[in-house]
Design a protein around this ligand. Structure first.
Ligand code: ADP
Length: 363
């Protein structure tokens, strides 16, 4: 356990970026029009470089890791399992999936339901955490775990575990008058509290898997021209971990946030009008707030604009200081997505260049 701790410390203080290219889907084409992507040739040669050629021009990027389309869910999980484990050691961990709609974010995070080998990072992380919890019992460790799941849609929070699922933005009182929307606060210990959010005590990965099914049923899902099941909201899964060692009185408080971000595509491609246009604008605003925060942290600026979006304000305690952040940039290999892929890769490259140093003032 001590050894594990040391390895984790080496990872501290940096935003890691992993790039994952999904396989071509049956109706997609790889490389007409002179656009193509080249990446590591096999899973074994898990590389760091990815090239995208668009209109004859070559763009090269380097990330902490690049997963080729053949990489399985297990291959990906192996690379993040230590990071997940560090939440049990008392770290605040955030893992994001960023990319255009249809690039494989939900596949990476949740996987395919019902197919064991295709389980995503969220169920795999939970299984590992509960297994580790059990294996640490003989050393005197006792852990309490609490789960909450929410989505942020058009800058409003929706509790995915609330029984009042039909009210997405603001809970309505029985007489029809609006109640206060969920508000976000940070307590003196730097923990996030969301008023009235359902928080469930969990004792096994199976219990969490049941809650995940509940939550995915109540997610707001919209239809765009790009993907019928596209998700237009940010999904935030939070596991709070409190551990105490009964022999040594040591205490740890860790948090694991797993975030499936809304699609990063720009307006023109999603054919948005009306409500959909409003959604897309809200998504673009909150994704740019996330990057503003990451870049401000990287530049060690005095003022970090956490409050500019619900997402960044919610995650504030987990983004600065000695927290650990990993971003997956998900890429579609389809040549018609080359433009969006280039935007995602550029965004991710800027994020990858960031280093987060000492804890900063919470604004
Ligand atoms: P997003 O969440 O970014 O909108 P999805 O995760 O829904 O995208 O992926 C789009 C489609 O591609 C889905 O049908 C999904 O099952 C498939 N897919 C994505 N990544 C992979 C992968 N690595 N292997 C196999 N199929 C994938």
């Amino acid at each position: 356990r001590k050894k594990l701790h040391n390895t984790i410390l080496e990872l501290k203080g940096n935003i890691r970026v992993f790039c994952r290219v999904r396989p071509l889907l049956p109706d997609e084409r790889s490389s007409p029009e002179g656009n193509f992507i080249s990446y590591p040739s096999s899973v074994e040669s898990l590389g760091r470089g990815i090239n995208l050629v668009q209109n004859g021009q070559r763009h090269s990027f380097t990330f902490d890791k690049v997963f080729a389309p053949e990489a399985t869910q297990e291959d990906v999980f192996v690379e993040i399992s230590q990071l997940v484990q560090s939440a049990l050691d008392g770290y605040k961990v955030c893992i994001f999936a960023y990319g255009q709609t249809g690039s494989g974010k939900t596949y990476t995070m949740m996987g395919k339901t019902g197919i064991l080998e295709e389980k995503g990072l969220i169920p795999r992380s939970l299984e590992q955490i509960f297994q580790t919890r059990q294996s640490l019992q003989p050393q005197g460790w006792k852990y309490d775990m609490q789960v909450s799941m929410l989505e942020i849609y058009n800058e409003t929070i929706h509790d995915l575990l609330s029984s009042n699922r039909s009210a997405p933005d603001v809970l309505r009182a029985e007489n029809g008058s609006p109640l206060k929307p969920y508000s976000i606060k940070h307590d003196a210990n730097g923990n996030t509290q969301v008023s009235d959010l359902t928080v469930v005590d969990v004792r096994s990965a199976k219990e969490v898997s049941f809650l995940l099914q509940e939550a995915s049923r109540s997610r707001s899902v919209g239809k765009t021209q790009m993907n019928e099941q596209s998700s237009r909201s940010h999904f935030v899964f939070t596991l709070k971990i409190s551990g105490v060692n009964e022999s040594t009185d040591q205490q740890v408080q860790g948090v694991l946030n797993l975030i499936d971000l809304a699609g990063s595509e720009r307006l023109s491609k999603s054919g948005s009008t009306g409500d959909r246009l409003k959604e897309t604008q809200a998504i673009n605003r909150s994704l740019s707030s996330l990057s503003d925060v990451i870049f401000a942290l990287a530049k060690k600026e005095e003022h970090v604009p956490f409050r500019n979006s619900k997402l960044t304000y919610l995650l504030q305690p987990c983004l600065g200081g000695d927290s650990k952040t990993l971003m997956f940039v998900n890429i579609s290999p389809d040549s018609s997505s080359a433009n969006e892929s280039l935007c995602s890769l550029r965004f991710a490259a800027r994020v990858n260049a960031c280093e987060i140093g000492t804890p900063r003032r919470l604004t």
